[in-house]
Structures are given as C-alpha cells and as structure tokens.
Design a protein around this ligand. Structure first.
Ligand code: NAP
Length: 542
C-alpha cells in the first residue's frame, strides 16, 4: 500500500534509479541509456558535479593531472576538451562536467535539489522504492548508488560552535559566491589535502591566519603550470592506447614505468638524486613509484619520508614550525599524499602562525574564536578543513533496507562489507559505484567510475539475457572479499596511519581498512573473471 507521502506526490516508474549527480551518477545515466533503460538520478545539490560542485574553497584543484582526470568513454570528447593547466582547478573541472551533462543531454534525467532519504526493496515485487526529501518517489528494479566517497562533510563536535560571532565555513560546503578574507583574522582547522591547498591562498588575503594542526601531513609540490601544447598534442594522439594501458596499472593511470629496485639496494646518493628529480617533477604517483617497496617496507619508506622532512626543514625558516610540520607519526604515502603550491613556503609569511593542536587541543569554539587547552585566539572567520565521513558516510545516511530487515547502516555497524565493492549480500539489485572494498579512492577516480558502471551495465544485460530479475552476492563471497581486502592492506604499510582510509578521523567509527589497495589492474581482472565465470559469487534468480 502506498503511504500518504507517496499518494500526495509523484511516483516515477523506472528501470533504474541513480543516487547522485556527480561524475559517477552522470556516467551511470549515460550507460543505462545506452542499454535502452529508463533512469533518473537524484542529486541533493542545485547543480551537477558532486565533489566538484561542493568543494569550491580557494585553491581546490585535482591532484591527478587533467589529461588523465577525465572520462574516456567518448573519444571526440577527450580530443576536443582543452584543459588549460597541468592540474584542473575546481571551476574548470565543474565546467567540464557541465559540458558533459549538456553534450550527452543528461540533465533532463537529473532531479536536482532532491536528497534521497530512504531506499526500500520489496522482495515480492522485486522493486526498489526510493523516497526523497521533496516528496518525489521513484520505483525501479535496480538502484545504483553513486553517492561518492568524500561527500559527507564533517565538522568535529566542538563545544560552543553555535556561539561564534564571526562566520565559519567547511571547505566541502563552500559558499558559491566565494569568501573575501581581506583584512580578516582567520583561523583554519585541519591540514589534510583541503587545508594544504587552501592555506596558501587564504594567507594571501587574510590580515592574519592561524593554522591549527593536529597531525602533520606529507605534501609534495604539484608543479602546476599552464598546459604545454606539445604534451597535450602528444597525449591526445595516444589517448586510446594510454587509456587501455591504464587498465594494467595499479592507479589507473598510464605513463609511469613501474619501479624495479628496492630503495634499500641503492646507495644513499643515488636514492636522494632520484627523490630530488621526482620532487622537481611534481606529483605523488611518480614519487611513490621511485622504488618497489616504499609502501611495503618501513625502512625503505623511512628514506623517502626523511627526504621530504628535510625539504620541509630547508623551506620553513622557523625551525620550531618546521619540526611541527615534518610528519613523524606515519610513513609517507600511507595517508593520502597532498600536492601543494607553496604550502610550506606559506609558513615563512609574517601573517601566518602555526598552532600545535596536538599538544594543546582545541577545547571550545567561543564567541570570539578558538580556545585551546593553552590559549584563546580571536577570529573574524574560521575555516574547517576537517574532512569527511569517508566512504560510508553518504550511504549510511540513507535508510536502505530490504523489506523490514535491518538497515544497511546496521549491517555496516562494525565496518562496511561488500563483494568487490560493487554489491552487498542481502541487498539485491543495489549496486555501488566506487564502494568500500573497491580500489576507487586509490586510483584515478574516473577510470574506476567507468569500470564499475561498465561492469554494472554488463551485469544488468547478462541478467536480462538469462531471463533473470534479481542478483545479489552470496554471504561467503562477501566474507572472502572482505578478508582479501584486509589481507592485502595488512601486507602494506597503509594500516600504520590513522587515516580516513580506516575511519580514524571519525570518533567511534570502527577501524576497518576500507579501500582495496591491491591495485586497479588486479581488481579489474578479478571483476572481469567473475563476470566471465557466470557471475561467480553472485546468485541470480527470477
Ligand atoms: P582530511 O584529509 O580528513 O583532513 C582533515 C584534517 O582536519 C586533518 O588534518 C585532521 O587532523 C583535522 N581535524 C579533524 N578534526 C580535528 C580536530 N578536532 N582538531 C584538530 N584538527 C582536526 O580531509 P580533507 O583535507 O578534506 O581531505 C580528504 C580527502 O579528500 C583527501 O585525502 C583527498 O583524498 C580528497 N581531496 C583531494 C584533493 C585533491 O585532489 N587535491 C583536495 C582535497 C581533498 P588529524 O589528521 O589529526 O585527524
């Protein structure tokens, strides 16, 4: 029986419902249309773009090079689009996504300003019913979650935040009209990628900027620059080959020759010369690819970590600040490695002060500013670059359940479980794009999105070709995959860091390693083999 809300509102009957209108949701719509299926995407924002719609903070820029960070599904698109810089900034990437939405006429199937609140599967009817905060309801046999991995911004539960008399912002929910910090006393909390990118630009505007750092992060120079026409031309002439070659790499990006030596089998002189050239070249993959074992062997990693710490000591004049900025609590690369433009140099400015929020934690936001256990600071504006409830936050916010069974959020109470990051046992016909247990966040995200959605599209076609209506992974397949994800992570240095990969940034979140770090190539081979092997580990039914 339809409920009152449903009767009062429109009900869309579709072949598939997509949740999210970012890079994943848009490609899902395109792919489903190619299959001749009707679909709509619900998007909470007032525009398409997901991450790139919301994260408009100063300096927001992708840390994957622009010629790579783009869709591969249409050669005319990749040939015609011109990226003005080596790394795309937020306005440029959003312009690109909007162009894709227009070019492939996707906007007519995106319902904006609409947040999905629940998704319920009716076993008898074999239908997902998705309800939204505007009253629009949709029904379809398939539901595709394109909800993103870093889409639930989080401001820590600081006492007194409601009393602050100035204005405060979260980097992931930045005002569209921008913020002018000129002449203002500004405090920024957080030194992850968002902090590292925005601090140099806010410092240029603000009267004074106080940076509250709890944990120092490694950052490498991006060496952003205007696009070199020769590089662009060469890359475009090789696009198809490069995209194919990317499938055989750990990160989904071609062009980085795999390392052949351990960092420990070469002399210190040779090692430092290599690190020096990578530092000059810019970018994180190239640096971490210097040797075979930087993410596997602590002694090997120490050589790279110490190289970067010495760079920080050389750049930052105040040696007390330099030591605070030089990370010592995790091996380089085990937290997302930041890329920056003049981050460490910014601490040489007279109007920037580094505050150690580790030895003197933030205790309260006061009417005037921030009070730590040692001092009170007065601000006109506070920026929270405090990150996201990563990988599971957006899905757990939706009340997803099958019949009257437990919600997905309950099933995931002890950490997320999936088979291949694509589906969850007990939740039939619900697919996740770049879900926990997939390599997504450790790869070029758009390669992962396309690979996932192509697999999902093929899976739906295979189901239909067999006259089947339902698919879900077995509990055994899910358990084995989760075990494999953990075993692979445990064979690396990643678990040594308190990162959002393990949920460490959210108090109370179970410490579970969420991304698959076995590399894109092996993961894709596994997905392809599962499909070729009659969807091994999945049960199909009528
Ligand atoms: P993040 O990496 O999770 O960093 C959050 C920062 O806030 C950390 O420094 C954290 O310190 C600090 N923090 C949190 N709670 C705090 C508290 N109570 N007191 C003091 N400090 C506190 O978040 P993010 O910078 O937004 O980046 C998240 C991810 O988004 C990145 O890792 C990356 O994958 C992606 N991203 C990418 C780009 C890019 O492509 N260039 C740019 C931005 C973001 P602790 O470390 O001590 O917890």
């Amino acid at each position: 029986m339809p409920d009152a809300l449903e009767r009062a509102s429109s009900v869309l009957t579709l072949d598939a419902i997509v949740v999210g209108g970012g890079l994943g949701g848009l490609y899902a719509l395109h792919r489903l249309r190619k299959l001749g299926l009707t679909a709509r995407a619900f998007e909470a924002g007032s525009g398409v773009g997901g991450t790139w719609f919301w994260n408009r903070y100063p300096g927001a820029r992708c840390d994957v090079e622009s010629l790579e960070y783009s869709y591969a599904f249409d050669d005319d698109l990749q040939q015609e689009w011109h990226w003005p810089e080596r790394y795309g900034n937020q306005p440029e990437i959003l312009r690109y996504i909007e162009h894709v939405a227009d070019r492939f006429d996707l906007r007519r199937d995106v319902i904006l300003n609409t947040r999905v609140v629940s998704a319920q599967f009716d076993q008898a009817a074999n239908l997902w019913t998705v309800r939204t905060d505007t009253g629009v309801v949709a029904r379809a046999p398939f539901c595709i979650m394109a909800t993103g991995n870093l889409s639930t911004p989080r401001v820590p539960d600081f006492k007194g935040i409601e009393n602050f008399k100035g204005k405060w912002y979260h980097t992931g929910l930045w005002p569209h009209e921008g913020v002018d910090f000129s002449g203002l006393r500004v405090g920024i909390v957080g030194t992850g990628s968002s902090g590292v990118q925005s601090i140099p630009l806010i410092a240029k505007q603000a009267k004074h900027l106080h940076v509250f750092q709890r944990t120092a992060n490694f950052s490498l120079p991006a060496r952003n620059a205007p696009m070199d026409p020769e590089i662009e031309q060469r890359h475009k002439s090789e696009y198809s080959e490069r995209r194919l070659a990317a499938f055989d790499t750990p990160f989904g990006i071609a062009g980085f020759p795999p390392p052949t030596k351990s960092a420990l089998e070469v002399s210190e002189e040779e090692r430092n010369a290599k690190y020096e050239s990578k530092w000059a070249e810019g970018g994180s993959i190239s640096f971490l690819y210097s040797y075979t074992d930087l993410l596997l062997n602590k002694d090997a990693n120490d050589t790279a970590s110490e190289f970067v710490r010495n760079k920080i000591r050389a750049i930052v004049r105040d040696q007390r600040a330099a030591e605070l900025l030089a990370p010592k609590d995790h091996p380089i690369g085990t937290k997302r490695l930041c890329l920056d433009t003049n981050y460490y140099e910014t601490y040489n400015r007279d109007n920037v002060t580094l505050v150690d929020a580790r030895s003197a934690p933030i205790e309260e936001i006061t009417a005037a500013g921030i009070r730590t256990s040692e001092a009170e600071f007065e601000f006109d504006a506070i920026v929270f670059a405090t990150g996201f409830d990563a990988m599971t936050g957006a899905l757990k916010e939706i009340d997803i359940r099958v019949g009257n069974g437990p919600a997905l959020a309950e099933k995931w109470d002890g950490g997320p479980t999936t088979y291949l990051g694509l589906m969850v046992a007990g939740f039939p016909n619900m697919f996740i794009i770049t879900g926990p247990g997939s390599p997504s966040v450790k790869t070029q995200m758009i390669v992962a999105i396309e690979q996932h959605m192509d697999w999902i599209g093929d899976c739906i076609s295979a189901l239909k070709a067999r006259g089947m209506r339902r698919i879900e992974p077995s509990a055994d397949a899910e358990r084995d995959w989760v075990r494999h994800v953990n075993e692979v992570a445990d064979s690396t240095l990643y678990p040594l860091a308190n990162s959002w990969y393990v949920g460490a940034n959210i108090p109370g979140k179970p410490r579970v390693f969420m991304p698959y770090v076995g590399g894109f190539a092996g993961y894709k081979r596994k997905c392809d083999a599962v499909a070729a092997n009659d969807y091994e580990g999945f049960a199909m039914s009528r």
